[in-house]
Design a protein around this ligand. Structure first.
Ligand code: MTE
Ligand code: MO
Length: 380
């Protein structure tokens, strides 16, 4: 049983599969800016490698000419400058269950809104390691097009080389999350963190990096994590399709709460939205890929007939670009709230989520970003 050495996990995670472990961050933990490490969603394709001596764990870096350099995790930690960034990881299958429910059947784990978490990650820049290994990071050789990553249990993926060496791309080899050593489920002792991209590229339990003119040959790069047209069915030409890298604009409602007029009185939300009666508060997250900031979150209290802009909550996200989700909140007079509350977010390139799920339907259910529509319970 390859899973027998898997770690103990918090029993508040919402389990979608046991072996391998796939579990969502619970809804009541999606409301804070930083997700507690033991509440971070878990997405494992296989078992969790049991690395006993983290410091001596080895990473091999191979360049396009075949030269290799080897590092222990202790050397990486001791010999390179540390950086801390705040970044959201989102599985490209997050919200897949909504595409299934609102459009058609999809294959894959039927995630709700919790295959996403936000963390402070500490590590060293991949750029610095590649430079040390002999790569000309400021003027990439022509055959350095992709950087491939291999995990200790055989998972693999790659990212474009220009992202890997970008000074402002903040791609890290991380050994700490939220100020503590990486948890085993999240890649102990070393993982890649490629912010702004789907989390599938942030390879855990990293033991090999290969600079190449080709993408990773792993099935997860070549036969998964791609999208196809709504008409294309499941007999598709995988080689023709482009791998998912940066993630599109996304948002979700994480809570809807009734607030009596007494409790609302003098609150910031009451002032902003001019509320003097019983109200309904709606809160959630919004994010985009590529470091694109969220500029606006529109919320409708009546299934899309009317809209208002939510308040974006200030946070202290570290990093060169907007790698973290934005939390938002809004309140409506109770009598203005109909059956469904709806949210959509807009990023700084003015990308907006599609209204329908059919618009981006793909049989794998990747990148589900249709307007999140939540039924308001009748029981007040
Ligand atoms: N890395 C390895 N080695 N094995 C994996 O199964 N899963 C990927 C990525 N890196 C995976 C991996 C996917 S699909 C996601 S969504 C993220 O890790 C999940 O990271 P987390 O479990 O820390 O949330
Ligand atoms: Mo994922």
């Amino acid at each position: 049983d390859p899973f027998k050495a898997d770690p103990q996990r918090s029993d508040t995670l919402v389990v979608r599969s046991e072996r391998p472990c796939n579990a969502e961050t619970p809804e009541d933990q999606l409301g804070t800016f930083i997700t507690p490490s033991n509440q971070h969603y878990v997405r494992n394709h296989l078992w969790v490698p049991d690395v006993k001596d983290g410091d001596n764990h080895r990473l091999v870096v191979e360049l396009t000419d075949g030269t290799e350099k080897e590092y222990s995790v202790a050397e990486i930690r001791n010999n390179f400058k540390h950086h801390t960034i705040t970044a959201t990881l989102q599985c490209s299958g997050n919200r897949r269950a909504h595409m299934t429910a609102e459009a058609r059947a999809t294959s894959g784990l039927q995630w709700d809104i919790g295959a996403i978490s936000n963390t402070q990650w500490t590590g060293v820049r991949l750029r610095d390691i590649l430079h040390d290994a002999g790569l000309s990071v400021d003027m990439l050789p022509e055959d350095a097009k992709h950087v491939q990553f291999v995990g200790a249990e055989a998972y693999g993926a790659s990212v474009p080389a220009i992202k890997a060496v970008d000074r402002y791309g903040d791609v890290l080899l991380v050994f700490e999350m939220n100020g503590k050593p990486l948890m085993r489920d999240h890649g102990f002792p070393l993982r890649l963190l490629c912010p702004g991209h789907v989390a599938a590229r942030s390879v855990k339990w990293l033991n090999r990096i290969v600079v190449s003119d080709e993408e990773s040959w792993s099935q997860w790069q070549r036969r998964d994590y791609k999208c196809f047209g709504p008409n294309e069915g499941s007999k598709v030409d995988w080689d023709e399709a482009t791998s998912i890298q940066e993630t599109p604009v996304q948002s979700a409602i994480t809570s809807i709460t009734n607030i009596s007029k007494n409790r609302l009185a003098n609150s910031e939300l009451a002032k902003v939205y001019g509320l003097e009666e019983d109200a309904v508060k709606v809160a959630g997250y919004a994010m985009s890929g590529g470091g694109r900031d969220i500029v606006r979150v529109d919320v409708s209290p009546d299934d899309g007939k009317t809209w208002r802009q939510a308040c974006l909550i200030d946070d202290e996200s570290k990093g060169s670009k907007a790698w973290s989700w934005k939390r938002w909140e809004i309140a409506f007079a109770k009598h203005d709230v109909a059956k469904h509350v709806v949210v959509k977010a807009i990023d700084e390139s003015y990308n907006c989520q599609p209204e329908s799920y059919e618009a981006t339907y793909n049989f794998k259910g990747n990148l589900t970003t249709g307007w999140h529509r939540v039924r308001v319970s009748d029981d007040g």
